[in-house]
Design a binder for this molecule. Structure first.
Ligand SMILES: CC[C@@H](C(=O)O)C(=O)SCCNC(=O)CCNC(=O)[C@H](O)C(C)(C)COP(=O)(O)OP(=O)(O)OC[C@H]1O[C@@H](n2cnc3c(N)ncnc32)[C@H](O)[C@@H]1OP(=O)(O)O
Ligand code: CO
Length: 133
């Protein structure tokens, strides 16, 4: 794992959260993207080498809708940048971590992504991201 690629934050209203994070960080979102496969609308802010990913649910079945109804808004996941996502899946599986999708999915911002179940990572949802070629 090379660095924290982004922190995912679950929000109820992306527009309002964009305004708030713009004031907080002193910089504007550089990109908004709909990721239909995950049921989310996202907005990205760059802070040094790390991103903040705001996530609003686009349907009731979205993991973000479920998270907010159970726990309210807040930090949803931590994403690590990896060089070789398939090698990391194999390494983490052999260490006993629970991989949620063994076939990497296309995520936001031109990445391949994989999630680890929070019950195998001290209650923290972990995402792995590899830049798509
Ligand atoms: C924009 C695209 C992409 C990117 O490119 O960056 C994204 O970031 S998409 C982000 C949204 N997508 C996902 O989160 C996909 C992975 N998540 C899942 O597969 C599920 O959400 C889950 C983690 C398997 C949980 O689903 P499920 O079991 O259906 O939900 P429950 O509500 O029943 O939760 C079970 C259990 O897990 C706890 N939980 C749920 N979400 C989180 C979380 N984000 N962090 C920590 N813990 C979480 C939940 O509280 C339950 O715990 P218990 O109540 O103790 O059983
Ligand atoms: Co993410």
């Amino acid at each position: 794992m090379r660095k924290i690629e982004h922190l995912g934050i679950a929000v109820r209203d992306l527009e309002k959260a964009n305004d708030l994070f713009k004031k907080l960080l002193g910089t504007s979102s550089y990109k908004e993207e709909l990721v239909e496969g995950e049921g989310v609308k996202t907005s990205f802010f760059m802070i040094g080498e790390t991103k903040i990913e705001l996530l609003e649910a686009t349907s009731e079945g979205s993991p973000i809708a479920k998270f907010i109804s159970k726990r309210s808004e807040g930090i949803h996941h931590i994403a690590f940048d990896v060089e070789d996502i398939n090698a990391e899946i194999d390494r983490l599986k052999s260490e006993g971590f629970e991989i949620l999708n063994e076939v990497p999915k296309v995520g936001a911002d031109n990445k391949l992504i994989v999630f680890l179940h929070p019950r195998s990572t001290n209650g923290v949802l972990v995402e792995l991201c590899q830049e798509r070629g």
